[in-house]
Ligand binder design. Sequence first.
Ligand code: SAH
Ligand code: SF4
Ligand code: F3S
Length: 459
Amino acid sequence: MKATVVTYGCQMNEYDTHLVESQLVSLGADLVSSVDEADFVLLNTCAVRGKPVEKVRSLLGDLRKVKAQRPLVVGMMGCLAQLEEGQQMARKFQVDVLLGPGSLLDIGAALESNERFWGLQFKDELHAHIPPAPTGKLQAHLTIMRGCDHHCTYCIVPTTRGPQVSRHPDDILRELDSLLAAGVQEVTLLGQNVNAYGVDQGARLAGYPTFAELIRMVGRSGVQRVKFTTSHPMNFTEDVAAAIGETPAMCEYIHLPVQSGSNRVLRRMAREYTREKYLTHIEQIRRHVPHAVLATDIIVGFPGETEEDFQDTLSLYDEVGYDSAYMFIYSPRPGTPSYTHFQDLPREVKTERLQRLIVKQKEWSARKNAAKVGTVQQVLLRGDAHDPAFLEGHTSGNHPTVVPKALGADRPGIYPVRIGHATPHMMYGTLLGPDGQPLPELPRHTPEAAALSSPLQMA
Ligand code: SAH
Ligand code: SF4
Ligand code: F3S
């Protein structure tokens, strides 16, 4: 069987894709990279906003046409598969296999079955399952918990992924060991709300560390770099900031989604913290992690958001001075409380606010990135850039970075780089040798490469 998995959504879905792909390989499938070559196409879906849902709908429509012409098995997994909305689509577009986020290990049973197979249970076996380490990769994801116990009024994730279940620390550390043995240097700990690790449905689990303790445990494993995503401010403790500060492997990139700077909106979102409380967390982070690179998520145009509320978001942005932000227009999701109870704002109001927020984000990113020019950053270079004379990767502050290949530094790895130039979205630098001096660059042959040699010309 030739199989391909098409992935939408967040890093949790990327992890789940890897998990299911490794199951497929162990079942004897060949993984192919295009839908045209495949006789099994599995869509790993996302339901967090309307756009990813519409993408899946249109791809399912295309696949139904292909199915009319040649034998093809179509599958759907991930968050949308768990929802009635997704199941209706599955019926309409003749999907053969449907696996919710808790039933991924049913993939074998699904492919053996001669009839339509739908798996929608949240099964415990998933939590102890350790997928094989990816081969030849410097970076890997490591799920530490699944599901979410919060009830933010706009969010569909608690419905799609179920209540929070923390993975046992022994399973996490075993998976980490296998990643390290495979040569992984940077691990991203994944959960919808990693700060709540070890406290499921309100109860602290016996024998489980807190998230801060888990950070320290992971830091002792010998891994070079650790990041995490994502953390809810409500469950953030000063000990988490302290653990990040005292653990050398922890990246200084910290993602703490705020969603809004207005207390009135935060209340209507049921975020369970205030602007003031959020700012105390930022202050603790700055104290324990002086070089922290701060990122956030913001929703603009939540129902009932006034211009004054939006001004509060803009002023919070300035008060924190974020390095970067993921900014979303509110998308009403059927099945969420805000969809049922609140009136969506006009599209023009939402897009106009998003534009203003993007202007602010660019200003701050430009300012923050410019301050890094002249500094030396440890950059994880994961492979060739678009132009093979260059390597691309990111700093431990998660800034995308491009460097020309140099003598002794022409393959993936973590290297010191002096930043020479920065735009709001990219840094350009020079690879340094052990003596701190620039390494001789490798000769470049293409005209594009010659043009790239002056980063200023690229901007
Ligand atoms: N568990 C994470 C969020 C996961 S969803 C957390 O609480 O931080 C990722 C982001 O999508 C959220 O932070 C939010 O900014 C955005 N999001 C979620 N639901 C949304 C909706 N209905 N409309 C627009 N953005 C949404
Ligand atoms: Fe959604 Fe809120 Fe849970 Fe994040 S914490 S997944 S935004 S309900
Ligand atoms: Fe989307 Fe599910 Fe992730 S809804 S953002 S794939 S948790």
